[in-house]
Design a protein around this ligand. Structure first.
Ligand code: NIG
Ligand code: FE
Length: 386
C-alpha cells in the first residue's frame, strides 16, 4: 500500500547529504510505502501510488523528536510557578511535592495522565517522545512509573537519581538506586539518567548510577549544569554519552569537552522561561562545533510545556539559533540524542513520521509563536491527526 503526499510547498527532509541543513525541497512530494518513506523529490517527478493526498502547498517536515520529558507524575505545582513569577527562585526541592502526589496516584490515574500529555504533544507535531521516571523514588514507584511510560514509548529512562527523597540518607539512597531499584526498573527502561547538580547528586554518585545501569545494558544520559556551573557536563563527555541535557551554565572547558567527545548538548529553553534563569547559549555551542538538540523537558516543576514549537521560538528569539537550526535540533538532532536513526528525517528508509504545517515554510514555527500551525500528523506511514 503506497501513498503519494503531493503539492508540498516546502518539504524539510533533513537529508544529511543535502547542501543546506534542512535538505529542503520546494514544490515537492513524498511517497510512503507501509511504515516508511520510499521516495522524495519534485512533485512533477513523483511516481504513481495507490492513494494521493494533496496538502495544498503546505509545509511538511519530520515529526518532532522530544528527547527529554518527565510525563509520569501527578499533582499540580502552578502555585509554585506563580510564586516564581512574583520573585521566588526555582528550587529543585519542589520535586518532592510531586513525589508525594505521584506515590498517592493509582496506575490508572498515571496512565491516563501520560496519555493526555502524549496526545497533547502529538497535536503539536511530536511523534517520538522520551519519558523519564523520577517522581516515584521507591522501588515500587519507579518501576511502575516506567511500566506506565513503556505503554507510550520505547524511549524510557530510569531517573531514580532525581533527588534524594526526604525519608532517606543520601548514601543509602544511592545504594538503593544502584541496587534493588535499578533491578526493578531495568526491564522497562532503555536509558539511565541522574540529576548531577548541587542539591541533587554529585559527580561520583552520578558516575556510580550510570555505571550500575551500564552493567544491566542501560545507556547513560545526564541532567547537568542546569542551576549553576558543575562537573556534570564534563562527566558526560568523559563517559562519551550520546547526550547531556540542560547545559545552561558552561565554561570554555565544558564546551571543548562536548565538542571533542561528540556529545550532543540538549537545550531545554522552556525551563529557563519558567524559572527565569538565563537561556543557554546555543550560538556559542554551535559555533564551537557542538551538536545541539532542543527538547521540552515537560514536567510539573521547572517547565510545564509540551510544545516544541514554543521551544523552537524561544531558541530562535533568545538563544541565537536560526529557524533552520532550531527545526533541525528538534527533529534530526533530537533523534540522534536518542541514538535513533530511523526517525528525524524524511528520506527513503526512515519511518514516515511527519507533520503538515499550515504555513509556507518552516520559518513560520518561530515567526508565528503561539499559533497552532499543525494540520496533520502521520506516524509510521499512517495519519493520526487530521
Ligand atoms: O529537568 N532537573 C531536574 N528535574 C526536572 C525538574 C523537576 C521538577 O522541578 O519537578 C528538570 O528541570
Ligand atoms: Fe529534566
Amino acid at each position: 500500500m503506497s501513498t503519494l503526499i503531493t503539492n508540498i510547498g516546502e518539504l524539510v527532509t533533513n537529508d544529511p547529504h543535502a547542501e543546506d541543513l534542512l535538505g529542503a525541497l520546494e514544490d515537492a512530494a513524498l511517497v510512503v510505502e507501509g511504515r516508511d518513506v520510499a521516495w522524495v523529490g519534485r512533485a512533477a517527478d513523483a511516481p504513481a501510488a495507490d492513494t494521493v493526498v494533496d496538502v495544498g502547498g503546505r509545509t511538511v517536515l519530520p515529526g518532532f523528536v522530544d528527547s527529554h520529558s518527565h510525563l509520569v507524575f501527578a499533582g499540580d505545582r502552578s502555585a509554585e510557578f506563580a510564586a516564581r513569577m512574583a520573585g521566588e527562585s526555582y528550587a529543585a526541592g519542589g520535586i518532592r511535592t510531586t513525589v508525594a502526589a505521584t506515590r498517592a496516584a493509582t496506575d490508572e490515574q498515571l496512565t491516563a495522565h501520560v496519555g493526555r500529555l502524549v496526545e497533547e504533544m502529538l497535536g503539536q507535531g511530536t511523534t517520538t517522545v522520551e519519558i523519564k521516571s523520577g517522581y516515584g523514588l521507591t522501588v515500587r514507584d519507579e518501576a511502575r512509573s516506567l511500566a506506565v511510560a513503556r505503554q507510550f514509548t520505547e524511549e524510557t529512562t530510569f531517573l531514580g537519581a532525581h533527588v534524594v527523597p526526604a525519608e532517606t540518607d543520601p548514601q543509602a539512597y544511592v545504594e538503593l538506586v544502584t541496587g534493588p531499584m535499578l533491578e526493578a526498573a531495568a526491564p522497562y527502561a532503555r536509558w539511565i539518567d541522574a540529576f548531577c547538580e548541587r542539591g541533587a547528586f554529585n559527580a561520583d554518585q552520578a558516575r556510580a548510577v550510570l555505571a550500575a545501569g551500564a552493567a544491566l545494558g542501560l545507556r547513560g544520559r545526564l541532567h547537568a549544569n542546569q542551576l549553576g556551573p558543575g562537573p556534570g557536563v564534563r562527566l558526560a563527555a568523559e563517559l562519551g554519552l550520546t547526550a547531556v541535557d540542560h547545559c545552561t551554565y558552561l565554561d570554555d572547558a565544558d564546551v571543548d569537552a562536548l565538542r571533542d567527545a561528540g556529545t550532543i548538548a540538549t537545550l531545554l529553553p522552556g525551563v529557563e522561561f519558567s524559572t527565569r534563569q538565563p537561556y543557554p547559549d546555543a550560538r556559542r555551542l554551535l559555533d564551537a562545533g557542538v551538536r545541539v538538540a532542543l527538547a521540552s523537558d515537560c514536567n510539573p516543576g521547572s517547565c510545564f510545556t509540551s510544545s516544541l514549537p514554543f521551544c523552537l521560538a524561544m531558541a530562535v528569539r533568545e538563544m541565537g539559533m536560526t529557524p533552520a537550526e532550531a527545526v533541525h535540533a528538534a527533529t534530526y538532532v533530537g533523534a540522534a540524542a536518542l541514538d535513533r536513526h530511523d526517525v528525524g528525517a524524511l528520506v527513503p528508509g526512515r519511518r514516515a513520521d511527519l507533520q503538515v504545517l499550515d504555513a509556507p515554510s518552516h520559518v513560520h514555527l518561530a515567526y508565528r509563536p503561539g499559533v497552532p500551525l499543525v494540520r496533520g500528523v502521520w506516524v509510521a506511514g499512517r495519519p493520526v491527526v487530521t
